[in-house]
Design a protein around this ligand. Structure first.
Ligand SMILES: [Zn+2]
Ligand SMILES: [Zn+2]
Ligand SMILES: [Zn+2]
Ligand SMILES: [Zn+2]
Length: 310
């Protein structure tokens, strides 16, 4: 006998009701949306309260999970569109491996259930104000979307949002949804390198207030960080130098015996001692840093720097 999934929801008339809304026992009005049989509310002390099929049914609940997933999302999206709300969305990007966030309804003006669209029939389709499809939502219980559908979405510039539901608990998270944790989204929010198309990393100017190693008075020290990589002041662009100076850093060209070279260094305002590049790491992770300022973009694949605009 196949495992039967525990359902936290049933259909009652034209409404989806939660197990918490009914008494324990056989329910006259609570149906499975897939096989249309009456469900039993199991509300014992040991296991998670749930709706169950009668023994001997062929309906294992997988299709019901899928049905509820689609309809709970539809309810949430409909409500948000009517109320003019956003649905914040978070996902792990498989293109750049970063976490992204966005608004599921950014371009959406309407939602359609299972609309046939070329090679595909997405569970839910979001369309913009002109009726153009913008986002396909696929609710995945067991069946992955067909490759032909994925190719079609890609060609049509339709973003695919995947929501996986493995059990009733995952389904409950979709009830009165205000925020979506998507399992996959075919969209990377990061700017791409114009040369190699790798995602660019934001360059952040960090300023920490440290103590001068010589006179021990406070001094501001600037460095740039891009996704874990550090760049010392000697690598700053003219705009970055200006930005750091505006924040009260003193940057001057100094000669370092250690590296036998002249470079732009952070200098103490009082005693004019400068911090050698090899000592910069002492300053890189301090709590007393000033809110980082983005100064541009960096491609770690081709080692290119790009300024903020453009
Ligand atoms: Zn059923
Ligand atoms: Zn990304
Ligand atoms: Zn590149
Ligand atoms: Zn000093």
């Amino acid at each position: 006998m196949p495992r039967t999934l525990k359902l936290p929801f049933a259909v009652c008339g034209d409404k989806i009701i939660h197990i918490s809304e009914v008494e324990s026992g056989r329910q006259i009005n609570c149906l499975c949306p897939v096989c249309n049989t009456r469900l039993i509310a199991r509300k014992g002390n040991l296991r998670q309260h749930h709706f169950a099929h009668d023994t001997g049914t062929n309906c294992n609940g997988e299709s019901a999970l899928h049905w509820f997933g689609k309809h709970l999302l539809l309810e949430a999206i409909d409500r948000a569109l009517t109320e003019g709300c956003t649905i914040p969305m978070e996902w792990q990007c498989d293109q750049c491996d970063h976490k992204h966030d966005g608004n599921l309804l950014k371009k959406a003006a309407s939602v359609a259930l299972e609309q046939v669209l070329g090679e595909a029939r997405p569970d839910l389709l979001l369309k913009d104000a002109t009726g153009k499809p913008v986002v396909a939502i696929e609710v995945i219980v067991t069946h992955e979307p067909e490759q032909s559908a994925r190719d079609f979405y890609l060609k049509q510039n339709i973003v695919v949002v995947e929501v996986r539901i493995k059990d009733g608990i995952a389904l409950e998270a979709l009830k009165d949804l205000r925020e979506l944790k998507a399992d996959a989204v075919s969209f990377c929010t990061r700017k791409k390198c114009p040369d190699c198309h790798a995602p660019l990393r934001p360059k952040m100017l960090n300023i920490v207030v440290g103590d001068c190693y010589r006179c021990h008075l406070p001094m501001k020290v600037a460095f740039i960080e891009a996704d874990g990589m550090g760049f010392p002041s000697s690598a700053f662009s003219p705009q970055e130098i200006e930005c750091a100076k505006k924040q009260g850093c003193i940057l001057e060209v100094r000669y370092s015996k250690t590296v036998n070279n002249r470079y732009l260094a952070n200098v103490c305002p009082k005693c004019k001692a400068f911090i050698g590049e090899h000592y910069m790491h002492n300053y890189s992770c301090r709590d007393d840093s000033i809110e980082p300022i983005q100064t541009g973009w960096y491609c770690s694949d081709c080692n290119n720097h790009f300024p903020m605009k453009g």
